[in-house]
Design a binder for this molecule. Structure first.
Ligand SMILES: NC(=O)c1ccc[n+]([C@@H]2O[C@H](COP(=O)([O-])OP(=O)(O)OC[C@H]3O[C@@H](n4cnc5c(N)ncnc54)[C@H](O)[C@@H]3O)[C@@H](O)[C@H]2O)c1
Length: 323
């Protein structure tokens, strides 16, 4: 698909995944509007869009008039979300307002202003809860372990309903842990890897909670490619896909890799999983993403080792912008 000159809306466009996607779409010639409310505790950072040439609109999807932003869009990449699991537990009403109620606002605006736009929705593996078996495919029962999982599932389902009832081409990508440049590294709110990277770049020890849990990780460039292919490939439209990445790795082995790649004085300690977090922890997870690979012709191109090395080097000269 030729993106040049096409109008594209990216919600959550100043956040980690949204900004990386904006850069790539702009590089391919799209006229990109990034909508972001710079929500407290999220991954939004004005620096994230530096050099992209993307138009940034500061606004909240719960309030702003979304119709002018949707007008004429070929595609809407919908990444705005309240992403904090602990935040969702603490304030489930605020969580559902963004992840479910505001999704319906966007659906209604898109009906009026962009009835033919393709929508690629950022969903999550989180709402599978503790998997019954590994790897996890799309038939795994949904059993959200926390309020954020409930609201994200509801948001996804409103979008899929729009496909079933109105025929809009909608794709929902259930992402696993993503990482790479522009990640929120200030703390662990986006992922545990964020705070690990901050610590090694500051020469401080980081903590591994537990250590035996398995995770698969997707490098952000592979996530970006998955979003773009989802829009481009008709075989993806109307479907929900798990997106994985690297072969599964234990947190302990991942910590060893981070320490090795960062070099001295990087080091870490291990502690038991904190009780308040253990209640909403999903244990081990890795995705069966074969359905997406078959439909989109996608496969991750950046190995975990390469991705971690690239991320560390990207942040070294820029850490101050992300603290
Ligand atoms: N990063 C991951 O590992 C991961 C994993 C699973 C799912 N996801 C999903 O991918 C999407 C992007 O996640 P991310 O990691 O880039 O997080 P992020 O916090 O960096 O990006 C989300 C962006 O949405 C914005 N936003 C939130 N509420 C908004 C509102 N009401 N109005 C306007 N903007 C709002 C935030 O300011 C932020 O910039 C989310 O939908 C998330 O649930 C991410």
């Amino acid at each position: 698909m030729d993106w040049s000159g096409r109008r594209v809306l990216v919600t959550g466009g100043a956040g980690f995944l949204g900004a990386n996607l904006c850069h790539e779409l702009a590089r391919r010639g799209a006229r990109v509007v990034a909508l972001d409310g710079f929500l407290f505790g999220g991954g939004a950072n004005p620096k994230n869009l530096d050099g992209s040439g993307v138009e940034l609109v500061r606004g909240d999807i719960r309030e702003i008039d979304l119709r002018p932003l949707c007008e004429g869009a070929t595609a809407i990449f919908n990444l705005a979300a309240q992403t904090s699991h602990m935040g969702g537990q603490a304030d489930p009403l605020a969580d559902i307002a963004v992840n479910a109620v505001a999704q319906v606002r966007l659906i209604q605006a898109a009906r009026e202003a962009a009835p033919d736009a393709i929508v690629v929705h950022a969903s999550t593996r989180q709402f599978y809860g503790r998997p019954r078996k590994l790897p996890v495919d799309e038939n795994e029962p949904v059993a959200p372990p926390d309020a954020n999982g409930v609201s994200k599932f509801a948001g996804e389902q409103y979008w899929m309903l729009e496909h079933r009832v109105r025929g809009r081409p909608v794709v929902s990508l259930r992402l696993t842990n993503c990482y790479g440049p522009r990640l929120r590294v200030r703390d662990a709110r986006q992922t545990f890897l964020g705070i690990w990277l901050r610590c090694v770049l500051e020469g401080k020890p980081f903590e591994v909670w537990g250590g035996a849990q398995l995770r698969d990780m997707t490098y952000v460039d592979d996530v970006t490619e998955a979003f773009i292919r989802s829009a481009e490939q008709k075989a993806c439209h109307g479907r929900i896909f798990n997106i994985g990445g690297s072969p599964p790795i234990s947190l302990h082995d991942l910590a060893e890799m981070v320490v090795r790649l960062a070099g001295p004085p990087a080091h870490y300690s291990t502690r038991e999983f904190p009780a308040d977090r253990a209640q909403i922890d999903i244990g081990s997870y890795h995705a069966d993403d074969s359905a997406f690979r078959a439909a989109a012709g996608w496969a991750p191109t950046v190995s975990l080792e390469e991705g971690i090395a690239r991320t560390i080097e990207w942040f070294r000269p820029r850490l101050g912008d992300y603290l």
